[in-house]
Ligand binder design. Structure first.
Ligand SMILES: Nc1ncnc2c1ncn2[C@@H]1O[C@H](COP(=O)(O)OP(=O)(O)OP(=O)(O)O)[C@@H](O)[C@H]1O
Length: 729
């Protein structure tokens, strides 16, 4: 939001969400087996890996699975081992099968090759052709070190300089931020009432020569009093989260919009997905009451129904800018009704997304038991054996991020000296792990963001809190360990790499029962090529950490599938030994598993045929949490929750549930004043399970936004949200 006087806001850069598989189709698909179980090595050769002390265990292995179509692919296996050294808890558990046995077949991926929608990033047009203030041009050239405009900038800036409203859609990392910042600064630099600078915001380096334009930020985490003081002094460009702005609209007397010149909704679809429509209504009504004549801009890399509805009510006679079309067309003659100004986009416009040309997308299909080992091997392959790799790994909940972060810190990374139990003897110092999620304090999130941004290498484990808007330079790999809930979310996640013409790659890790998701992506013109799981696990043969003692002696041994399996088993054992080294760690892993299952239950109806908890084999999934046993109470808990979910048709309860799930997500956009916003307490010891308790740990919080159908009505009292606003679960 930008004003000629001192009253303003907005630029939330933020987040979003996720039907039952035709099992028969999948069953008919040609299948291949990764391994012949007859060739498989013994499940656990703990006595052969001296640095990995292992408990001998024996329990009757029983199949433990949610009933579903995937069930038929697993056969129970019986073992008989002594139970004498088991504690009470372990006796209640059921033994999982070995790593490479009894896995479901990996289906052959029949990927329909689709032509991806693409945009050209750069143009040959230079900024100085725009007729901007000379200081602004020189700042762009010398401070930002940019000379030529990107496609979205070339199309948007002249339109906005003309004073038109615009709905801007362009791929991730294409420079949308400057596409509106430049016109805003150009417009405000000519104002007469000049305020002395009191804030110097790096984000707005464009303002360096224009000392009379004062930017300010309102967001959760700062004292309201100091923000009020800042508003009183006068702000020309106000960057705010919706919640915080509403808070000030309601409680701060000296916030005025009468001289508002610009209203910008960046990441518009995300704001709506997070349930901020009520806040947006309050903001629009407050602004409309004081100011009718202003420029309005809506920007997003993905266009959703909600965005077009918001465009209907907030934009006046807008120009629709889509870089894809290579042309901008005026959507409406001036005399048309508001509803016609910005008609809902055609189906294919909503369904397909532009993806940077330099982004290579991959998928790998991995049985549940091998997921953890596969992720670790991929991280090692890229970040240990290759130079200067920066990787972002997406998980579905804060708990999953915390779990994997701690686990990897304690096992893949080692400090000097003798390895601790469950720790690899010679982990690489080249590995660096960071984590980012909505349960962290804003200050800590900012510090992590800065550290990762300035690093030349590292692995950032995160939730969708990092999926949108974050401009993380030089990220080389995006890994989606948990599949996203919508194609839009997929696009935003992978959009953290291959920005502004750079090269980048992405990897989506799917379970065999989820392989059909590749077709779902193809229906949105998203092409992925397959990487075989064996090719990922292969890296373990390059790392002597994964040799057992016996194998260490066989130097001339050729690398083959058998050795890959052996080494993967060693790595899995490292994880299991760490997790089982104390009861606290076991319960910590169980909570993470529970969080995973709860997040899995929240995929939207249209993806449930692919992602359904009934397709999960609990014992196999448990293995991917380093658990040797499938906890009994989890399935009951999850079933109970599912039942409750089915029995709760009334909107009020649904809304409550929505709120608890979205709470953490909202924290980045909220006013920061809510009493119930869960925050993570300071960690006692990095990497120590339980050392960093989440207040919401008993209520795992899948970081998915909620898809909504927004309905607004214009009434005499201003804009009103339609009470039938629907919630997709
Ligand atoms: N004309 C330009 N020349 C060179 N670099 C540019 C130019 N415009 C923007 N950039 C850089 O490109 C990067 C991506 O820009 P920005 O964050 O605005 O993308 P975006 O389209 O908003 O992405 P997302 O949709 O993911 O939020 C930033 O680092 C920015 O500094």
């Amino acid at each position: 939001m930008a004003a000629a006087d001192g009253s303003l806001f907005d630029n939330p850069r933020t987040f979003s969400r996720r039907s039952p598989a035709q099992a028969s189709r999948q069953a008919k698909a040609t299948k291949r087996k990764y391994q012949a179980s007859s060739e498989a090595p013994p499940a656990k050769r703990r006595n052969e890996t001296s640095f990995l002390p292992a408990k001998k265990s024996s329990v009757k292995e029983t199949q433990r699975t949610f009933k579903g179509n995937a069930q038929k692919t697993f056969s129970p296996k019986k073992h008989s081992v002594s139970t004498s050294d088991r504690n009470q808890e372990e006796r209640q558990c059921i033994k999982t099968s070995s790593l490479f046995k009894n896995n479901p077949d990996i289906p052959e991926l029949h990927r329909p090759v689709v032509k991806q929608v693409q945009e050209k990033v750069f143009t040959s047009a230079a900024f100085h052709e725009l007729g901007l203030h000379p200081h602004l041009i020189s700042t762009i050239n010398t401070v930002l070190k940019m000379s030529s405009m990107t496609s979205v900038q070339k199309q948007s800036i002249p339109v906005l300089l003309e004073g038109r409203d615009a709905l801007v859609r362009s791929q991730t990392g294409s420079g949308k931020t400057l596409a509106y910042c430049i016109p805003v600064v150009q417009s405000l630099q000519a104002m007469e009432s000049k305020i002395q600078v009191c804030i110097k915001c790096v984000f707005l380096s464009l303002l360096i020569p224009f000392t009379w334009i004062v930017p300010g930020v309102l967001m959760g985490g700062e004292k309201r009093k100091s923000e009020k003081a800042r508003l009183r002094k006068g702000i020309n460009i106000l960057i705010s989260t919706p919640g915080r702005l509403v808070d000030h609209i309601k409680s701060t007397k000296n916030i005025h919009f009468s001289r508002l010149r610009w209203l910008v909704f960046d990441e518009a679809d995300r704001i709506l997905d997070l349930g901020f429509e009520k806040d947006i209504t309050v903001i629009l009504n407050a602004v409309n009451a004081e100011c009718q004549k202003r420029q309005n801009v809506l920007l997003s890399a993905t266009l959703t129904e909600g965005v077009t509805r918001l465009a209907d009510i907030s934009l006046h006679d807008p120009v629709s800018i889509s870089v894809l079309d290579k042309s901008h067309d005026q959507l409406n003659p001036k005399d048309k009704a508001v509803q016609e100004v910005c008609p809902p986009p055609a189906g294919d416009e909503l369904d397909s997304f532009a993806i940077p040309e330099s982004l290579k997308q991959h998928v790998t299909v991995v049985p549940s038991k091998l997921r953890l080992v596969c992720l670790a091997a991929f991280i090692l392959q890229k970040c240990k054996f290759e130079k200067d790799q920066k990787m972002v790994v997406f998980f579905s909940s804060c708990e999953l991020v915390e779990f994997h972060y701690s686990l990897f810190l304690q096992t893949l990374l080692s400090s000097s000296g003798a390895p601790a139990s469950g720790q690899l003897p010679s982990a690489s110092m080249r590995l660096k792990f960071l984590r980012l999620h909505g349960g962290m304090e804003q200050e800590e999130r900012t510090a992590v963001f800065q550290e990762f941004s300035h690093s030349r290498r590292g692995v950032l484990l995160c939730t969708d809190v990092a999926a949108r808007g974050l401009d993380l330079p030089q990220v080389t790999w995006i890994v989606q360990y948990n599949a996203p809930s919508s194609p839009a979310e997929y696009i935003h996640r992978i959009g953290r790499t291959a920005r502004i013409g750079c090269h980048g790659s992405s990897l989506l890790i799917l379970a065999p029962s989820e392989a059909e998701y590749v077709n779902s992506l193809a229906s949105h013109k998203i092409n992925v090529s397959e990487i075989k799981m064996e090719d990922i696990l292969c890296v373990l043969t390059r790392d002597d950490c994964f040799k057992g003692k016996r194998w260490g002696a066989q130097k001339s041994r050729a690398v083959g599938p058998q050795e890959i399996r052996e080494r993967a088993t060693v790595l899995q054992t490292v994880f299991e030994d760490y997790v089982h080294s104390s009861e606290r760690r076991v319960s910590w892993a169980k909570k993470a598993l529970q969080s995973f299952i709860q997040a899995y239950a929240t995929y939207p109806r249209e993806l449930k045929h692919i992602f359904h908890v009934r397709s999960l084999h609990l014992g196999h999934v448990a293995k991917s949490f380093g658990l040797r046993d499938a906890p009994r109470n989890l399935s009951a808990l999850t079933r109970k929750k599912r039942k409750a979910h089915v029995k709760r048709p009334d909107l009020h309860k649904k809304t409550q549930s929505k709120h608890s799930l979205a709470e953490i997500l909202r924290s980045e956009y909220s006013s920061g004043m809510e009493a119930g916003v869960a925050k993570v307490k300071k960690q006692n010891a990095p990497g120590e399970p339980g050392g960093r308790p989440l207040q919401h740990s008993l209520q795992p919080t899948p970081c998915f936004g909620r898809g909504k159908t927004l309905k607004w009505r214009k009434t005499q009292k201003g804009l009103q949200r339609d009470s039938k606003t629907s919630q997709k679960v």
